[in-house]
Write a protein that binds this ligand. Sequence first.
Ligand SMILES: [Fe+2]
Length: 1028
Amino acid sequence: MGTHNVDCMRDNEEFGALSRHGKLENEVLLERTSPNFAILRQHTLLHRVIVDGCFSHPDSSMAFTMRSLVASLQHAIPSEGLWDRGLSTVDVQRGGRIRMTPKRRSRTAPSLDAATKPRTVPVCSTSGRVNQIERTIYKIAATSKNSQIIHLKGIVTVGQRKPRPSVNEQLLDKLDLVADRLGLANILLQLVSTDIDPKTGAGKRSEPAVLRDWAEKGDVVAYKIQYTVEWKVPGGFGSPETIVVRNNHQNEFYLETVSITSSHDGSNTFFPCHSWIQSEKLSTYPAAERVFFSNRVYLPSDTPAGLKDLREKELKALRGDGKGLRKDWERIYDYDTYNDLGDPDKDSELLRPALGGNTNLPYPRRCRTGRPPTKTDPNLESREEVGGRVYIPRDERFEPIKESTFIDSCMKGLMHKLAPAMLARVKNTNFEFNTFGDIDRLYSEGLQSSFRSSSNHKRENSSGVVSVSSIPDFLRQLPFINSDDTFSKYPLPDLISKDKFAWMRDEEFARQVLAGQNPCAVERLKAFPPVSELDPEVYGPQQSAITAEHIEGELEGLTVEQALQDKRLFILDYHDLFMPFVEAINKLEGRKTYATRTLFFLDREGILKPLAVELSLPPAKRGERARKRVLTPGNEPTKYWLWQLAKAHVCSNDSGHHQLVSHWLRTHACTEPYVIATHRQLSRLHPISQFLRPHLRYTMEINGSARMNLIAADGVIASSLVNSDADAVTKLMFKLVGTLSLESCFTPGKYSMEISSAVYKQKWRFDMEALPEDLIRRGMAERDANSRHGLKLLVEDYPYAADGLLLWSAIEEWVADYVNIYYAEEATSIVNDYELQKWWAEIRYVGHADKKHEPWWPQLRTKEDLMQVLTNLIWIMSGQHAAVNFGQFTYGGYIPNHPCLTRKLVPEEGTPEFVDFTRNPQSFFLSTLPNPEQATAVMMIIEALSAHSPDEEYLGERKARWSSERAALDAFQKFTEKMRSVEKEIIARNKNPKLKNRTGAGVPPYELLFPRSGPGITGRGVPNSVSI
Ligand SMILES: [Fe+2]
């Protein structure tokens, strides 16, 4: 007796059990291995409707009804295999018999012979009856034109489940294993051909096949698990380029890939799925089936007939209807404004205006969640509860390994942040860094150093250590309190590990303008003195207070005019950005700031040096002069420390600009509409969707998380950790840490996002996001046909620009190679691509709706237009983001080097503050910087954000078999090799002693645009996407 017969017997036993409760008899209609059998079983046994007089399953306590059986069969069977075999209707009669009526004979239909007459067969028959039906079916097949049966074998790769499944998920997993083993609920896969089935007018469909061995591999623990599946299709079925998947389990699972090989000719079709498949019970529209296309792509006009309807249906499903509250498991991509940054229902102090959708505060759109409005203002969206997760489409969530790494990273950061937060609450006082040694101990001693109490301004050697015994009992339960504390030490930032005093040098201050964490703000000075564009009626005279006398002694004998003409003066100008907010910021508790301008001179060695800092405050009263103060470098002690304070205020402005503009706005917020529009308007069958796919990865998750945890008022870091399944210690830790947001870490406080909006309004232009255009606009480069990349850099040793142009050119070439494969020379090929046109229109008119009328938006009419747009997008998502993201800890991880917040103004002579300052300038300097709680908060954030995940994909890397097109694969191989040559060139540059901004004593090499990296904080590596 073979396996098949054993299965039949087992089935007979199960149905025999059924027959004792009802009128069903004997055994099943179809073999257990038949896909139709699985459908039959699922629709009969798992139907949850209970009606009087129905049959119940003795083991599962589930019930089915004759009514549900009819509905199920009519729903499922006709579109599956039986239909193809000539049965036009299936009707279940009382007594448990199925009446199957064959279709009428047609020209293309197979000859049905005896089967053409309506027949009635028992739903559960003897073994002989099964054979009789099977014989009839094969007889039908044998008389058709395409009588050959082709076996298609599939290898299905399923990803690891969540690293931290909830109790409920673990329970459902176990139930799914049992249900799968019993054949009560399986995962079914069905093939759809590129050819049309004349009977349905849609693509031909195979019978659904069961994913095998799910239960048998239930105990396997692996990163990926492979299963098998097998289909039989008639000859002439056509090319199976689509798979339809139905998950009858209760838990979701992650489908990575499916690879199908034909027994007929050995051909292979590959499906890069990479998607979470929800239980059929959760699915609403369009029915339960999930559609996956192979790695063969088509422009819309070339779509094979059999795939056209699925192409449309899939996009429609992803767009949704724009209504209702989005659920965690959904996969709908839609837009909304940033109207959820505040929490006015909790506290009126937490009211924040909506960004986007109004001319005063324009902003890009974010993912719509559909949460209800606040009670305070119906135009604002209520916040997600702590412990909840902001909705993003399910497939946008971090994959398990990324999620695990990110959570671990946040937990580690939490440890760092915990001690000062804890003490501040327990002792009800604020702590200060009294000496630089206090800061150093964060790296050398970790947590214990934070227990040094500095209240009452005790010095480090005084009795300020809080002993473990003085910590309340409940805190002593925390596992690390008595540990050796290695876990709570901060990693030493690269900058400081090489030269502890580097941050104090002016050359290093200037070098970071070109090679630090915010290398895209410096501009060439085109007129002297610098002039504001703000309204003089409100902000006083527009002219800067910096005069020639302030700087001419440092210009190597040049006059200011000569230095301007020689293009050797540069400026970091935050005057107009910050001035409108300074008054409001300075009214916030513990915040004091200026609008700063810093002038630099490029010396004959090609080194940038700071010349002067202008600190501006708005007029005390309307009509009065703005209060401007100019400070210059000096060696005399008072001048030296005042200069250090001035530089700290520049860094405070620069930190705000970096985080709110260069990083968040330009690379995170502005990118989200590209991601959403690509999913909504470009089918997975579209070549440009295939092209962009790796560049969309994780952006929506990190943005959603940032919206809830970082950029919102009163944000709570990593609230996803504090879900209902979090252990008590974790919950306690979060309670102690309290709120933690960008507002709490950066000088602009609650005005942070308004500053971001102001830049979007005044400065952001899609066309200027291109690196060459941005460099030209800032005066840092000029077009020069004889120079590499067609650009001459005004500061030759400008690491960000020099390496960025290497990447830009490589991306540009790769984009051109790819676009040329799929678009013909005729100009109409772009214009006639309706998916592409809708995609671009949606980015402009919906995703960036507040800027839709701007004249600078590129048109999308030619291949060159498309190449320009794509190069721009990929640069922003990869190189630009890497340049401003992964250097955060290197430069911001040591607070004195680049303070993110300032709490005191620079003291003026004749004031009590000036007396304090002269008495102890070091202490005054430290008290201007963030306090320990603020410092460790920002260190926690940037530590987590500066680290690469182990599953990071870098520029030049893609998932295997992403395309079926040889030319595309070859072009990508060329791009990958280009990345390797870029790496070699960057290594060579970092060894070149002439390039002093990337080599020299204590100077970290510039590696932020070095394509590859290992995991963790490495200060290098360019991921494909905005992934952290
Ligand atoms: Fe980022």
